[in-house]
Write a protein that binds this ligand. Structure first.
Ligand SMILES: *Cc1c(COP(=O)(O)O)cnc(C)c1O
Length: 389
């Protein structure tokens, strides 16, 4: 085997990536950067260490400082969400889901959002619930009027008929809140898991929806999407804690300890210095959607006000489809991803692109920056091509 990259080459690729993505307009809805105040602390000695078990009850010695940090991290999030259980050991949102989905299994039946409606791969046949855990999966059905949300009456009917072990709400293409309250009202005993990966930062600052108050039992999340922390996962729960033993010894041994102090610092700074971050995100998203629409783009959900989250979804069928448009934008250093829309038949050439404004908002971009960006989209995608818009 021939190895082509030298040590210096790898160094250069890192440096190129740093410079390039720092100069890009980054609009991937699942990404964010860490707060500049915490980034210098991300590389620390905890990254070399193990701490199997729970704080102050470990299988290894040398853990007195991580015990303190991990305990405080859990307590901080518990207090914020007013719940009794928190596990910050899952190293990603998908791992958090794997632990929770494993711990809730009785008969092996579950109801989730389908992939085309915005559900995540971990909720579906080809991912965690199907491929790994072998669940029998039914999907909620979409509202005729707005296929980006579930039809509540139909969903209630499906739950009654199927009688699942639990349901999973929350998704990856996530414009509007989920009907937690309506489902809880109908099913007082049903276990409701709310996967908040995308919107965790918004929830943290009291926006979008209040999953626990509305009736969810367990909330899973990523800590690096709208929540601008290090890449990682988290599980919060009112009382249920069976997933703890699936996290360890079930799934992770080391839990990437070095991210935990940085996660805690991010939470503290969001409360002290970035109190209005989520509000700015949702305002920018709505404004960007309105401006794109005014420029002639087909922005999804106009009638419903476009979006209540950090996301904006475009139907770019007329501009050549999601892949072509994403490539065209990348040539102009604007980074987005193609996305299936609820009515798409094939995922290979989906008709949409999905964008999130959280990273550019963190960088300080305001409404006028997003107006300019919408203008740039028009120049790149509508003026040059043979579009009749
Ligand atoms: C991104 C995402 C996840 C998990 O992502 P990780 O990369 O593993 O943190 C889980 N669920 C949903 C709905 C997501 O969008």
């Amino acid at each position: 085997m021939i190895f082509l990259l030298t040590f210096e080459d790898v160094k250069e690729l890192i440096s190129k990536q740093n410079v390039w993505r720092d100069s890009c307009v980054n609009l991937i809805a699942s990404e964010n950067t860490m707060l500049t105040e915490v980034e210098p602390f991300y590389s620390n000695d905890f990254m070399h260490r193990y701490a199997e078990g729970l704080p102050f009850n470990r299988y290894y010695n040398g853990t007195k400082y991580i015990d303190c940090i991990e305990q405080e991290c859990q307590d901080y999030f518990k207090k914020k969400f007013n719940v009794n259980v928190c596990d910050t050991r899952p190293i990603s949102g998908a791992i958090a889901n794997l632990a929770v989905f494993s711990s809730l299994r009785k008969t092996g039946k579950v109801i989730t959002n389908s992939l085309p409606s915005g559900g995540h791969i971990t909720h579906n046949k080809i991912g965690t619930l199907g491929r790994i855990l072998n669940y029998d999966i039914k999907n909620f059905s979409q509202s005729q009027e707005n296929p980006f949300v579930s039809d509540i009456d139909e969903s209630i009917k499906i739950i009654k008929e199927f009688d699942p072990d639990f349901i999973v709400l929350g998704k990856s293409m996530f414009l509007f809140p989920e009907p937690i309250k309506e489902i809880r009202q109908e099913f007082p005993e049903l276990k409701i898991v709310y996967d908040s990966a995308h919107v965790f930062g918004l929830l943290y600052q009291g926006l979008f929806q209040k999953p626990f108050e509305e009736g969810a039992d367990i909330v899973t999340a990523s800590t690096h999407k709208t929540f601008p922390g290090p890449q990682g996962g988290i599980i919060l729960s009112k009382d249920f804690n069976e997933f703890n033993k699936f996290v360890f010894p079930g799934i992770v041994s080391n839990h990437h300890l070095h991210r935990l102090p940085v996660l805690l610092m991010t939470a503290i700074l969001l409360d002290e210095k970035y109190k209005d971050y989520s509000k700015r995100i949702t305002e920018n998203a709505k404004h960007f959607a309105q401006e794109l629409s005014a420029q002639g783009f087909n922005v999804c959900c106009e009638k419903q006000g476009f979006t209540e989250s950090h996301q904006v979804i475009l139907d770019v069928t007329k501009q050549g489809g999601g892949q072509q448009v994403a490539n065209e934008l990348e040539k102009n250093n604007i980074i987005v991803n193609k996305n299936s829309l609820p009515w798409d038949k094939s995922v290979i050439n989906p008709s949409g692109i999905r964008m999130g404004v959280q990273e550019m908002t963190l960088r300080g971009n305001t409404k006028s920056d997003f107006s300019n960006l919408a203008d740039k989209f028009k120049k790149i995608l509508l003026n040059g091509g043979d579009s009749n818009v």
